[in-house]
Design a protein. Structure first.
Length: 372
């Protein structure tokens, strides 16, 4: 039996827990030391976290996948090449978003899967099928194949735009096949772009996220969905361990993608029909008097921008009430809207300010255009 180290008869683990509770209490109740030293502060915090977990847990599922990959082999006698099939099993997480069984998860969890099974928190297993995928945001929607009339517990959607840096968040999922695991952290930053996906607006969190958490929910202390856990920063190429830097797709973006997939079978994104480019600081000083914004590199014909009179060389300074300084910011701001929404742009045209009103259109499928 391993010997327990004690300090004055108190186990180190208990002492550490007590100190942690004290620090939490001080942070949460800075008004006075009397409240800080009270164990009630730690109990209140613990109860709030436990209540949030209890609320969201029935909505969290394990996503189990099965895929077949083929390894090339050569017949030594006849010389032809053939494939040797190998069946691979995978596992991730997901969250139920409707009472009739639609599940939001990560695209990379179900990519190439030939068979998908979801496991509810109570252990009930159901087959599931892919309704739609969106590799650009690493999201996918599944539909649980349950008997007609079966009702599920959907997660309550929060407003990720109102999420503040420093807020507590809770990650729920199945890291390393450990079902229904819960970790706690804070929002480290918002609006992160790390260059892996075409559309990035990540929430960065230090809530421990590990392989298997992908597709699971990130919730606030009220148990409301604020993000879909997507990926982590690791210590190295061959490392899988968490180092306190995880990323989640904001719930507002994820739910827009999910609703579009459920309604249309695909993601319909808004666009205005321009090729934007970053503003060169020298051009900003010489041409626009130091103004900051996004340059219109080209206006595509027969698009909302062309019909509204936007011109190549214009500088987009603001969209509605949101200033935009980079192409990413412009992209994120437009993608927060729906197809058909009205946008009001403030544009610098040389020394003049121009207001341009337009209505977003559905972004074409450029991949299908290229295939044609």
């Amino acid at each position: 039996m391993r010997k327990r180290t004690t300090v004055g008869g108190v186990q180190r683990k208990v002492l550490a827990a007590a100190l942690s509770a004290l620090v939490t209490a001080v942070v949460l109740f800075p008004a006075g030391w009397a409240a800080a030293v009270s164990p009630n502060a730690a109990r209140m915090m613990g109860d709030a976290i436990a209540d949030a977990v209890e609320k969201v847990m029935p909505s969290v599922v394990v996503v189990r996948t099965e895929a077949v990959v083929y390894h090339a082999a050569r017949d030594l006698f006849f010389g032809y090449i053939y494939g040797i099939p190998e069946r691979l099993a995978g596992q991730g997480s997901g969250v139920i978003i409707t009472d009739d069984g639609y599940v939001l998860t990560s695209f990379h969890v179900i990519n190439a899967a030939e068979r998908i099974e979801v496991v509810l928190n109570n252990g009930t297993k159901y087959p599931a099928k892919v309704v739609g995928r969106d590799p650009q945001t690493d999201l996918a929607v599944l539909k649980i194949q349950a008997p007609k009339g079966t009702k599920f517990t959907p997660v309550e959607a929060g407003d990720s735009d109102k999420l503040r840096i420093g807020e507590f968040v809770i990650a729920v999922g199945s890291p390393f096949s450990l079902q229904s695991s819960v970790t706690l952290g804070i929002v480290s930053q918002k609006g992160r772009s790390i260059g892996l996906l075409p559309y990035e607006d990540f929430i960065q969190t230090d809530a421990p996220i590990n392989p298997g958490n992908s597709g699971g929910p990130l919730v606030d202390v009220d148990g409301r969905l604020v993000g879909i856990n997507s990926l982590i920063q690791t210590a190295g190429r061959y490392s899988q361990g968490n180092i306190g830097i995880g990323f989640a797709v904001p719930a507002n973006l994820a739910m827009r993608v999910a609703r579009s997939i459920i309604k249309n079978g695909r993601v319909e994104r808004p666009w205005i029909g321009i090729l934007p480019q970053e503003l060169d600081p020298d051009v900003g000083r010489r041409v626009f008097g130091g103004a900051r914004g996004v340059m219109v590199g080209r206006v595509l014909p027969d698009t909302p921008a062309a019909r509204a009179g936007l011109l190549a060389g214009d500088l987009i300074v603001r969209v509605d009430d949101t200033p935009v300084r980079t192409v990413r910011e412009l992209q994120r701001t437009i993608l927060r809207h729906n197809v058909g929404d009205e946008l009001h742009l403030l544009v610098r045209r040389a020394a003049s300010e121009v207001k341009v009103d337009l209505q977003t259109a559905r972004m074409p499928d450029f991949r299908s255009m290229i295939r044609r």
